[in-house]
Design a protein around this ligand. Structure first.
Ligand SMILES: NC(=O)c1ccc[n+]([C@@H]2O[C@H](COP(=O)([O-])OP(=O)(O)OC[C@H]3O[C@@H](n4cnc5c(N)ncnc54)[C@H](O)[C@@H]3O)[C@@H](O)[C@H]2O)c1
Ligand SMILES: [Zn+2]
Ligand SMILES: [Zn+2]
Length: 371
């Protein structure tokens, strides 16, 4: 079709191990209520890695990536709130906007969202291969591409002073971390907090905890380098993971934390989480385990101690409300986010960026695209 744009994208086909290939695909023009965004930065998130490592099944071929920021370069009919040139952060959880959950501030709970099926909310895709067959945007975004098409409501306009690399992270890791603290756990000043896993998401939780005034903030990881980053992000204590973690946390918090976050997606650490909190405390599952894996919990102790387990999907975010708040906190200096980025790479380096994540070497890698 004449109005289909040829776009370079990182594609996962599942036929070459965990490797992505950078290819040219067709991207159809934005339809009613949609915009095309020239991607300027796309973060490398643990959720993409779950897919590449065969832990989650998705529709293939998939354009990977879901953490992005860019500039609106085309608008479909009926778009009212955005114009060409606007700077936007992309929301990967694209809810229906009409159901009870969506209209009461819980879009993350919308049962009609199709993001997990790698489809736009109308159940279709704008991506196609040279032979006309469909390709799919991972998490309705497919952000590791020069351009993407999303509904207008999923492109949230933000202050142009926020650099694109930082802005991209607001779309997943930073938004998720902020939302897990503010929306899901509702942390208040003075609460003792633990964060298990100090990768892109865990460090974002730590910086949001600092913003919320939690103290102490205890970071846990298996990497000394990540623990150093955690201190930079605002952790007051840093500990190596281990079987006796519960005792060490109890000692540092006089009996257990008020709130603990798991930000890895490992069943063992998820299982350990309730042991890190005091009676009445909250354990928040942010990390996502491989499909089908079960977490075992002592039901008697959980009930007796009145502990709460909170599932956190996309940080309970309302993107149009929360992305600008995160951007304002960043611009005021209250939420330092530049430090979260440890590598800025090109699209062709995408496989190496995932390898570095598997080796636990980097905090966040961000893929940058030319204007
Ligand atoms: N709930 C949501 O909405 C949501 C959103 C985004 C990401 N996620 C999930 O969050 C998880 C983390 O993503 P990420 O991008 O931060 O990944 P990441 O790879 O950057 O971070 C994982 C961190 O865990 C550490 N780690 C590994 N094993 C450990 C252990 N045994 N004990 C302590 N630390 C350990 C690693 O060193 C690393 O620092 C993934 O499962 C991802 O899918 C969830
Ligand atoms: Zn809905
Ligand atoms: Zn993500």
């Amino acid at each position: 079709m004449a109005d289909t744009k040829q776009v370079q994208a990182a594609v996962y086909r599942g036929d070459n191990g965990d490797r992505l290939s950078v290819e040219t695909l067709g991207l159809a023009a934005p339809q009613h209520g949609e915009v095309r965004v020239a991607v300027r930065a796309a973060g490398v998130c643990g959720s993409d890695r779950h897919v590449l490592d065969g832990e989650w099944q998705v529709q293939l071929p998939a354009v990977m990536g879901h953490e992005a920021a860019g500039v609106v370069e085309a608008v479909g009919p009926g778009v009212r709130g955005l114009g060409i040139g606007d700077h936007v952060v992309i929301a990967w959880h694209q809810a229906c906007q009409r159901c009870g959950e969506c209209t009461s501030g819980k879009p993350w709970a919308c049962t009609r969202a199709k993001s997990n099926d790698s489809l736009l909310p109308d159940g279709t895709t704008r991506w196609s291969e040279a032979d006309g067959s469909a390709a799919f945007p991972y998490l309705a975004t497919g952000a590791m591409a020069e351009a993407i098409v999303v509904p207008e409501f999923a492109a949230i306009k933000i202050d142009e002073r926020v650099p694109f690399d930082v802005a991209s992270l607001i779309g997943c890791s930073v938004g998720t971390g902020y939302g897990a603290v503010v929306n899901n756990a509702r942390v208040v000043a003075g609460e003792a907090a633990v964060v298990v896993g100090a990768g892109g998401v865990g460090l974002s939780i730590i910086s949001a905890l600092r913003l919320a005034g939690a103290t102490p903030i205890i970071a846990v990881d298996v990497s000394e380098a990540k623990l150093r980053e955690a201190r930079r992000a605002g952790a007051t204590h840093a500990m190596m993971s281990g079987a006796d973690l519960g005792e060490r946390i109890a000692e540092a918090t006089d009996g257990g934390a008020d709130v603990a976050f798991e930000a890895i997606g490992r069943v063992q650490t998820m299982q350990q989480l309730p042991e890190l909190i005091r009676p009445g405390g909250r354990a928040v599952f942010v990390g996502l385990p491989p499909e089908g894996q079960k977490v075992e919990i002592d039901g008697l102790l959980l009930a007796y101690d009145g502990k709460t387990i909170i599932g956190s999907n996309y940080g309970g975010l309302v993107p149009a409300r929360d992305f600008p708040r995160v951007a304002s906190a960043y611009l005021s200096g209250a939420l330092p986010l530049d430090e979260l980025i440890s590598a800025r790479v090109r699209l062709d380096d995408v496989n190496e960026a995932f390898d570095a994540m598997r080796r636990g070497e980097r905090t966040r890698s961000v893929i940058l695209f030319d204007a």
